[in-house]
Design a protein around this ligand. Structure first.
Ligand code: AMP
Length: 361
């Protein structure tokens, strides 16, 4: 069985690595011949909307999945006409537009920050008036890792933010003074089986995920997150892994966004859960029984951003799992990550503190 993966970044690389024990084979589509996936499977080199490249990918595989959200919907539709393609194209379409995403959450009874769609400076000024300061201006589409966002704290920020982002369709969101950020990852198989991982706590800096601590034992938040995730899964008749990110605002879950794919906040599951998100994504799209999603201990995952730490020092810490994606260093770029798993939360926190010191050196 050969699986085609649109995108050969680190998520694709880790999907393939999870699939080899299941005797799966892989082929990627990516615009770059030396993307991380090149280390583990052949890449069809071409743009994501290059019809002939998409055909070449489809011709050699049994089914297709994708590992990032900015695949053009038309390309995925083209693919879905040739080969089974998961997660559903409609989930991708909605996840690409922050306004559609929030409208869907609203219809499904999932709380969101207050928001307004913004297409002109006049609309931005009216939206700032309606939502109040501070607030966050974001591009509706193609934003990731904090790109395409500005926090507006004062009236004087409105003009420069419009200068920087105006021109593209925008969304203005009320600023959530969250206690913390959590996410939930779950999988539904083509046979309708659903399994959900424990919620995790995420720390971002400059809009980029830095640290995930897992699991977060908070029964009420877990129940709410699971309920909301299942609503989205049912809505799309979903297959594959789906992630929802939330702000926790005075104990209340407020949805930020969804990702119809394996997610950075789920990397801890490779060593920290019985079955990883990557294996469960593959099981889900192949219609295989899903694996146990329980945590096997207390885990923390730290992203390597912009610069790789000294590998020997990281490996010298007890219980570390070092992942180097093989990417060229660049400011703000996710180059790898490290997960520690311990028997207790106290031990995990001590290990995490040592790991963070090494990564900061
Ligand atoms: P996003 O690209 O929407 O995931 O935003 C990246 C990060 O920016 C989030 O994880 C938050 O830390 C922060 N952020 C985004 N939107 C808001 C908001 N409405 N209120 C407060 N912080 C936000």
């Amino acid at each position: 069985m050969k699986v085609g993966i649109i995108g050969a970044g680190q998520l694709g690389q880790m999907l393939a690595l999870a699939g080899y024990p299941l005797a799966l084979q892989f082929r990627f589509l990516d615009s770059s011949a030396d993307a991380p996936g090149a280390q583990v499977a052949p890449i069809v080199v071409g743009a994501f909307d290059d019809i002939s490249a998409l055909r070449r990918l489809a011709d050699g595989v049994d089914l297709v999945t994708y590992e990032f959200e900015n695949v053009p919907v038309s390309a995925l539709q083209e693919m879905a006409a040739k080969r089974p393609c998961f997660p559903p194209v409609d989930a991708l379409r909605v996840s690409q537009d922050r306004v559609l995403e929030k409208e869907l959450f609203g219809r499904l009874g999932i709380p969101t920050p207050p928001y307004r769609a913004v297409d002109s400076l006049a609309e931005l000024e009216a939206a700032v008036e309606a939502l109040g300061l501070p607030c966050v201006l974001k591009t509706r589409r193609l934003g990731y890792d904090g790109r395409g966002q500005r926090v507006l704290r004062r009236r004087a920020d409105v003009g420069p933010a419009w200068e920087a982002l105006g021109g593209a369709p925008l969304i203005l969101e009320g600023f959530v003074k969250f206690d913390r950020e959590v996410s939930i990852v779950g999988a539904r198989s083509t046979r309708g089986e659903t399994r959900v991982y424990p919620i995790v706590t995420n720390t971002h800096r400059e809009g980029i995920l830095r640290v995930t601590v897992a699991p977060t034992r908070a029964a009420r938040l877990q129940r709410a997150a699971e309920t909301y995730l299942r609503r989205v899964i049912d809505h799309f008749d979903y297959a594959g892994v789906l992630t929802l990110e939330f702000f926790v605002d005075r104990g209340r879950m407020v949805a930020n966004e969804m990702a119809p794919r394996v997610h950075n906040s789920g990397h801890w599951t490779i060593e920290g859960a019985v079955t990883s998100q990557f294996e469960n994504h593959l099981r889900a799209i192949l219609g295989l029984p899903l694996g146990d999603t329980r945590a096997v201990g207390h885990a923390a995952m730290v992203n390597y951003i912009g610069r790789m730490p000294d590998r020997s020092r990281i490996l010298g810490l007890p219980g570390t799992h070092h992942h180097d994606y093989g990417k060229a260093p660049r400011a703000g770029r996710k180059l790898g990550h490290c997960t520690v798993v311990a028997r207790t939360a106290t031990e995990r926190d001590a290990l995490l503190a040592r790991l963070l010191r090494l990564v900061a050196r």
